[in-house]
Design a protein around this ligand. Structure first.
Ligand code: ATP
Ligand code: MG
Length: 392
């Protein structure tokens, strides 16, 4: 009963604080509360700002990639670039930063998997100078952190990850880059050991990058084929690009990429082929026939042989496809060539793709028909493109 008589604990605290507040003059109190509200508002706005990614885009620096991304990366976005070993992830990262440099932006390359020397080799093979790209080389992180790891009671991996994260955050604060390439996440994942620690550290990094509106490419190796994307990273990113390197039974490797996720953007879905040549990656956005419909003049295409044209009611209809079938040696190639050569005489261009016939055979065949194919090629009326089927 005695207990019930006492005022509740909360109420007592309240009365004490209202007593002390009553000593503050009302005007000052209002100013204080306004100040507190303003501060809280600023904080909320600031937090919103961290998560907010505007519509401003930054170009990737890779031919064709901006097309499939529907205009480039969102400024301030956090992207995952994952791919097979040797698929060109580092090259893409460097192209992205070089594009930033061209636009006068601050850039930053964080490497955990390749040494600065190896990065320089990649750049050199493409004829790039990366002198102006600040590189934070953490590939020798074990040596960097060994003394601390030995003198603490913590597990070395714990010290390592916390130290690396701290180092990264400090460097980001110092450099405040507009573009960052982080190569690669797999080292970071190994350091974290547990998924929870990995996710926490990534989140902390994301927040630090977001403070400076940095557009970040997180590069990751695709070792495990069970999961399409690491779920710990997936939910933290604005977009995921998957790069593949396929090795068919014959011919050269084939490379293709696909956007697995892109928040709030209508991107070009499906697989897009890409090549790596001296100068970097070039992506060939998947062709959609309806986007390439062109106007043409209706009419017919003549072979120059009256009887043959009569069989088709005056010639082949423009804008249509005709298949010429026949046994070996029946003159299929010669017939096709006849059309191209006659149309060249009429001032019309032709493009010939040849698979197993060499240019010399074509030239002599045309000579046999009484045409000068070489001249038509030199004049630009006929273009012959040899295709090596084994390289397709
Ligand atoms: N000048 C060049 N011309 C054509 N291809 C090149 C050139 N330089 C490098 N390559 C190709 O680029 C590929 C490697 O690119 P990159 O190092 O960016 O790949 P990565 O995905 O980062 O590889 P890793 O898994 O080793 O980190 C190699 O397969 C190499 O054949
Ligand atoms: Mg690499």
């Amino acid at each position: 009963m005695k207990r019930q008589m006492q005022p509740p604990r909360k109420a007592r605290i309240g009365s004490r604080s209202s007593q002390s507040r009553s000593k503050v003059r009302p005007k000052k109190r209002k100013a204080e509360s306004d100040g507190a509200n303003k501060k809280m508002g600023q904080e909320i706005w600031h937090r919103k700002g961290l998560e907010m990614v505007g519509d401003e885009r930054c170009l990737s620096g890779v031919d064709g990639l901006d097309n499939i991304l529907a205009g480039g990366f969102l400024r301030g976005g956090f992207y995952l670039i994952q791919g097979d070993p040797g698929s060109g992830k580092t090259t893409l990262g460097l192209q992205f930063l070089l594009e930033g440099l061209r636009g006068g932006e601050k850039v930053f390359y964080i490497t955990l998997s390749e040494t600065k020397q190896e990065l320089l080799q990649v750049a050199r093979s493409h004829g790039w100078s990366i002198d102006k790209i600040p590189v934070l080389d953490l590939s020798a992180v074990e040596n960097l952190l060994r003394p601390e790891a030995q003198t603490t009671v913590f597990h070395p991996s714990e010290v390592e990850l916390t130290k690396v994260s701290q180092l990264l955050r400090d460097e980001v604060r110092k450099t405040q880059p507009a573009r960052v390439a982080f190569d690669s996440l797999s080292e970071f994942r190994l350091m974290a050991e547990t998924p929870l620690r990995y996710r926490r550290q990534l989140l902390a990094l994301k927040q630090q990058f977001a403070k400076f509106k940095s557009t970040v490419l997180l590069i990751d190796d695709k070792m495990d084929t069970r999961e399409a994307v690491d779920p710990h990273v997936l939910s933290l990113t604005h977009g995921v690009i998957d790069m593949e390197q396929l090795s068919p039974d014959y011919g050269a490797s084939r490379r293709r990429m696909r956007i697995l996720k892109l928040r709030a953007v209508k991107f070009r879905e499906g697989f897009h082929d890409y090549v790596i040549t001296t100068g970097g990656l070039s992506v060939f956005p998947r062709t959609i026939a309806t986007e390439h419909r062109a106007q043409f003049r209706p009419g017919s295409v003549s072979s120059g042989i009256k009887e043959l044209d009569a069989l088709f009611g005056g010639g082949l209809d423009r804008g249509t496809t005709t298949l010429i079938l026949g046994q070996a040696g029946t003159g299929k190639s010669s017939l096709a060539l006849q059309y191209a050569l006659h149309m060249a005489d009429q001032g019309e261009h032709s493009l010939i793709f040849t698979f197993d016939e060499t240019r010399i055979v074509m030239l002599s065949r045309a000579k046999g028909l009484g045409f000068n194919l070489e001249k038509a090629i030199d004049d630009g009326m006929i273009t012959v493109q040899q295709v090596d089927p084994a390289e397709l």
